[in-house]
Design a protein around this ligand. Structure first.
Ligand code: 5GP
Ligand code: MN
Length: 343
């Protein structure tokens, strides 16, 4: 048995909203990751199966290694079709906001959410959600939004009718947000849920392979280059920095999602508890933070780069040059020495 994490009052409210709604939009954060796509498609298949008119709308393109998931081809990308997306939000009577806690994480979709007449339901696991939804199902203690969707479907009494494609998307999201169950994954219930998903006929080994064994040669060579030429270790702070310029990424013909996972890799080095990946993008510098144990990567992200996220996985943005972003990091790091030296 799994415990009832989502409040009964919220389950009733979602049930009521579903009964009143015909047109549903599911949306998620910019640069959608495995959990964003997995939770969205898991819910999409469930709601479609129930006869709803439902569309998943994401802010921008998502990586190729997530495109195999059933339903991924039907996802509408706001950046490519802004008018169509606008129409869907205007006409929706229910919007599910998944895997983000503030509208600005959805870039161009943010005003569509804020101006929509539809009722809104937030389902997320990032701390401190802002107040923009009618129903807020926010559980930072749960390791993925996909797990929350599984829990929601069960609580709505529909585990029995859950289909394999829904289960497959949810498993993918749970897997990717825990690094294939290597972090943030000590809750025994996760494994009970996996058991329930396996009963739906998913092939977990195949899902792992589709996500993690499908990189291009270019991506792997870029990773080798990054670790060899673009990594600095700050031993006294148990910290590692990796970085890539636009030019570096061009050299390896980098595609969307190719640098996914780069931030985690330096944590494999003994003693390293904080890993930072600074990547130059077209009009900004994107920063990813990963940590092990108690070090609050999200605090570093919010205090230094106006970002946020979870304790062990966070991100932020920097407006300026790559060198300036790196300087800011090096200047800030000593401030966190008491937390980094503890372990
Ligand atoms: P990633 O490094 O994989 O892009 O993101 C790691 C985590 O940090 C995710 O849970 C994501 O929601 C959060 N995150 C990434 N970038 C930002 C950002 O710019 N602002 C905020 N608030 N959170 C972010
Ligand atoms: Mn997530």
């Amino acid at each position: 048995m799994i415990s009832k994490i989502i409040r009964s009052q919220n389950i009733s409210k979602v049930e009521e909203l579903l009964n009143q709604s015909n047109k549903i939009v599911i949306t998620t954060h910019v640069s959608p990751d495995g959990d964003a796509i997995g939770s969205s498609l898991g819910l999409y298949h469930y709601l479609s199966e129930q006869g709803n008119d439902v569309t998943v709308v994401v802010p921008n393109e998502f990586p190729a290694f997530l495109k195999w998931v059933d339903g991924a081809k039907d996802i509408l990308i706001h950046e490519k079709y802004p008018e169509f997306a606008q129409k869907l939000f205007d006409e929706a009577d229910l919007i599910f906001c998944l895997d983000f806690n503030i509208p600005k994480r959805t870039l161009g979709i943010a005003p569509l959410i804020e101006n929509a007449k539809a009722k809104k339901v937030l389902i997320d696991h990032h701390p401190e959600p802002s107040d923009f939804c009618d129903v807020v199902i926010s559980h930072p203690e749960v390791s993925s939004t996909s797990e929350l969707i599984f829990r929601l479907i069960c609580r709505l009494g529909d585990y029995e009718t859950m289909t394999r494609n829904s289960a497959e998307a949810l498993y993918m999201g749970m897997m990717t947000d825990t690094g294939a169950f290597t972090y943030n994954s000590n809750d025994a219930q996760i494994y009970y849920i996996i058991g329930e998903l396996l009963k739906k006929g998913i092939n977990k080994d195949q899902i792992y392979s589709k996500v993690y064994n499908s990189y291009s040669e270019d991506r792997y060579r870029m990773l080798g280059f990054t670790l060899f030429e673009r990594m600095k270790i700050y031993k006294e702070y148990k910290t590692a920095l990796v970085w890539l310029s636009i030019e570096d990424q061009r050299r390896f013909n980098a595609q969307k999602g190719d640098t996914e996972g780069f931030a985690n890799i330096p944590l494999n080095i003994e003693e390293i508890i904080f890993a930072v990946f600074i990547r130059e993008d077209n009009d900004l510098v994107k920063i990813s933070f990963r940590s092990q144990g108690d070090f609050p990567a999200n605090r570093f992200a919010s205090e230094c780069y106006n970002g946020g996220g979870h304790r062990n996985a966070a991100g932020g943005e920097f407006r300026g040059t790559l060198d300036e972003a790196i300087s800011l990091f090096e200047k800030s790091l000593p401030t966190y020495a008491p937390l980094l030296k503890k372990k």
